[in-house]
Design a protein around this ligand. Structure first.
Ligand code: SF4
Ligand code: F3S
Ligand code: FES
Length: 235
């Protein structure tokens, strides 16, 4: 089938403003949007710039707006979006070139919630790892699935309005450790998330949940963190 791609282009070294580049390529209905973008880059215009690595929905590097919705280009089939496809960079972060944005503010928010296990207590005397019951592990299972693609944060109107908002991805990462029975730094993370740039900026819009390519219940996780802050108890 013939696919028409309309891609937002911008090279800050020579363009004064973004413009739409239009391209027609041959593709199979079962090809992914990423395949069509590769055809443009490899056979039509080598200057098209995009970020991708695994091509299998794992690395999180190719989040972009496809027909107005944040998706991973490597997970969207052409038959699911039709033969007219509009592709733009994710919103709320500075465009470096074409479909590539500066992810550093996103990762700064990620780092701010201490996304690593903290426990300085001695290991059990038998030398084994810190054990955890299946139900304790289940408590944060959903939020372990995050691949840091930023599709959630860059679909959130609160983040668009104020980039200081830590954003849903950082809250998902905080949730993963706050509810881990082995971790001891929940209060530090909750202090960060209780600031005016934290969870209270979430207005329960649900764009984040709808955008997540891993199917994580992002808004639910944010609600659970709010609940901990409101009640003072981790349950
Ligand atoms: Fe991507 Fe989902 Fe993680 Fe957000 S929560 S960064 S959408 S994987
Ligand atoms: Fe934004 Fe998601 Fe909350 S879209 S407002 S973080 S529910
Ligand atoms: Fe890795 Fe799409 S290229 S998630």
């Amino acid at each position: 089938m013939r696919v028409h791609l309309k891609i937002k282009r911008f090279n800050p070294e020579k363009d004064t403003r973004p413009y739409w580049g239009e391209y027609d390529v041959e593709a199979e209905p079962t090809d992914r949007v990423l395949d069509a973008l590769h055809k443009v880059k490899w056979y039509e215009d080598g200057t098209l710039t995009l970020r991708r690595s695994c091509a299998h929905g794992i690395c999180g590097s190719d989040a972009m707006r496809i027909n107005g919705v944040n998706r991973l280009a490597c997970k969207v089939l052409i038959q699911d979006v039709g033969h007219k496809i509009q592709v733009e960079p994710i919103l709320g972060l500075t465009v470096i070139k074409d479909l590539i944005v500066d992810m550093e503010p996103f990762f700064a928010h990620y780092r701010s919630v201490m996304p690593f296990l903290v426990n300085d207590e001695p290991l059990p005397a038998d030398g084994r790892e810190r054990l955890q019951s299946p139900s304790d592990r289940e408590r944060f299972d959903d939020t372990t699935k995050c691949i840091l693609c930023a599709a959630c944060t860059t679909s959130c109107p609160s983040f668009w309005a104020n980039g200081e908002y830590v954003g849903p991805a950082a809250i998902v990462q905080a949730h993963r450790f706050i509810f881990d029975s082995r971790d001891r730094a929940a209060s530090e993370r909750l202090t960060v998330l209780n600031q005016n740039t934290g969870v209270w900026r979430c207005r329960t819009v649900f764009n984040c949940t709808n955008a997540c390519p891993r199917g994580i219940q992002v808004t639910k996780a944010i609600g659970e963190v709010k609940q901990v802050l409101a009640s003072g108890e981790i349950r």
